[in-house]
Design a protein around this ligand. Structure first.
Ligand SMILES: [Fe+2]
Length: 163
């Protein structure tokens, strides 16, 4: 994936004070950030070669990513290596498939998940979308999967050094 990662210059003011955050707290943080584009709107880029993303904040307890999605761009099925997380759609709309079904996640909506969660997030709309993602603890590994007739098949393991 193409991406830029820069030193954190902004971050949520509502972050956890100590230790990993609950999924509910992460949802609150993602929602608050998505609702205040003055902190990040100027950073957003659109990349026709793949989702654009930038880390807005990282400390030992959590990290925040900003992601843009052009129509048709998607993550593919993945987990979060044991981290909890949440994402909020700030602009546009996304679709999420969590193996149990597919749901629309519109502007202002937030999804939160626990450490064993697997999903595919994609922009199936005809307009760009921007979302804010918060993970706790910070992502160290993400496993990628594909569906097969006999269940999920592990495709690849990505480590934090790769993104
Ligand atoms: Fe994810």
């Amino acid at each position: 994936m193409t991406a830029s990662t820069t030193a954190p210059t902004t971050g949520p003011t509502t972050g956890p004070t100590t230790g990993p955050a609950t999924a509910g707290k992460l949802a609150e943080m993602a929602s608050a950030l998505a609702a205040d584009p003055s902190d990040w709107l100027w950073r957003v880029r659109l990349n026709p070669d793949g989702r654009w993303y930038e880390r807005l904040h990282q400390d030992e307890d959590y990290e925040v990513w900003l992601i843009s999605w052009l129509p048709g761009q998607s993550t593919g099925l993945h987990d979060h290596g044991g981290s909890r997380g949440a994402f909020a759609v700030a602009l546009g709309e996304l679709e999420e498939d969590d193996l149990g079904g597919t749901r629309h996640v519109g502007t202002g909506q937030t999804r939160a998940f626990g450490p064993d969660y697997i999903h595919d997030v994609r922009n199936t709309s005809t307009a760009p979308a921007v979302s804010v993602h918060v993970y706790s603890p910070p992502l160290s590994v993400m496993n990628r999967y594909e569906r097969t007739d006999s269940g999920l098949k592990l495709l690849a393991e990505e480590r934090a050094e790769q993104w």
